[in-house]
Design a protein around this ligand. Sequence first.
Ligand code: NOJ
Length: 558
Amino acid sequence: MTGPADWWRHAVVYQVYLRSFADGNGDGTGDLAGLRLRLPYLADLGVDALWVNPWYPSPLRDGGYDVADYRSIDPRFGTLAQAQALVAEAHALGLRVLADIVPNHTSDQHRWFQAALAAGPGSAERERYWFVDGTGAGGDQPPNDWPSVFGGRAWTRVTEPDGRPGQWYLHLFDVSQPDLNWGNPEVIAEFEDVLRFWFDRGIDGFRIDVGHGLAKDPTLPDLGLSGGDEALLGVARGENHPYWDRPEVHAVYRGWRSIGDGYDPPRVFVGEVWLDEPERLAHYLRPDELHTSFAFELTDPDWDAEGFRTAIDAAMAAARLASAPVTWVLSNHDLPRHVSRYGRPAAVRKRFGADAYDFTGLDVALGRRRARAAALLSLALPGGVYLYQGEELGLEEVLDIPAEQRDDPLFTRSAGTLPGRDGCRVPLPWEPDGSSLGFGSNGAWLPQPRAWAGLAASVQAGDPTSMLQLYRRALALRRSEPVLGSDSFTWRPSRPSVLHFARGEVAPTVEVLVNLGADPVHLPAGEVLLASQDVRAGRLPADAAAWVRVTPSLRSPP
Ligand code: NOJ
């Protein structure tokens, strides 16, 4: 058993993309009022905590990851008092609340950036960001060749207060997201204060945006890229990268951890750290740094047994290096929904870029069947799990959002060559009817497929065969079966197209089988606790998974 201070080691955290979760005031945008009304739904689902995507005042140029004020709530989402009420109500239901901190960059509407623009070159205000003179005649070329993750270059030139063309500022993401200078002690102090502000208001922890970012090489060397081919979130590779995974970032997190540890109960951090090298990732998970970081490995393979096996081994090896639990993820607000990833005919191995959005030949029903199995896979692995809102309803990626309604800067900055991330951010269906399927009383900010009426939460709640009920039962079993809360995990021998592992060292174990092949496979003798499809005569169909409790007397003879 883990004590309350260790809750995060095996927690299931539900990601609330606030804008699209539930609209309480009928303006078409999700908000805190809507979330508060739906808290009982999350408690019934059986999750341990929620992570709420950025809720701060923001121009929403990047869905709120462009923060204008870190100590307040955007009026479209509600008020600070509502946020505090949300935390209190969630706690009363046994749910913890994680917020989202965005330290790599602010919004260009943040008072610091506005002050920097007004103060001009050489000022202390500009030292909070990366304002640099350009190169070439008249400084009209950018300081170096760094590309923006969203396409185009990472530098934009400003007009100085006197009207002349002036310095350039760095934005690794959208032009509206200037990068902060983490070499400046003022920046460090400011964020430590922001953490305290929210911890004092009961927030249980933070998800850290672009956790492998923040620090920059102050000499700003060229990358030497032939084209702007950075992956969407900038997976860091190699030693001494000028802006990803710099050693200086670890001192920042040590400071944050000591602040979090000073609270009772201690506050926790989960990092969004895109790193391919386990040894480097382990540095972020040292006992005096972050508690966890997302294991994005499981988002890598489409429906592919070898891919999943490799992903699971890699994530567990990385976590072992740091004695940290793995934090599994199948989907989030940046990735095409996994129902659609699993329903495409050919496996795609790129998370980002044009391939990731190629859904030619998509079979949504097949993807949904496989997603049921994937839920039983991820929820049976040791460690924590983050669920992305709507995956418990089996929602697919929405592919037909009209160009004029697309909102993601990835769409505009790629000149429409990438559809962007709106397709996984479409507001949830709660009811089978109404102007926005129960999302709110007055439409939704992105159009919902009409077919989602049949996937509405209220419809699925009454259907024992639904995806929602599968998640509810899986989450209940995760709590009631002690071995599912343990760290034990053993691969069992199986044919290549089947994943088979055991949880628990001593009997009874829970054996987990996922059948990614074309033919049914025999389940071990035992009690089927849960299966994603009907199990007949002890055989698990294709594209299905099962959890089986095996006691010694029931184990099949060798
Ligand atoms: C990662 C967030 O998840 C994504 O939505 C955002 O666009 C970038 N960081 C930039 O903040």
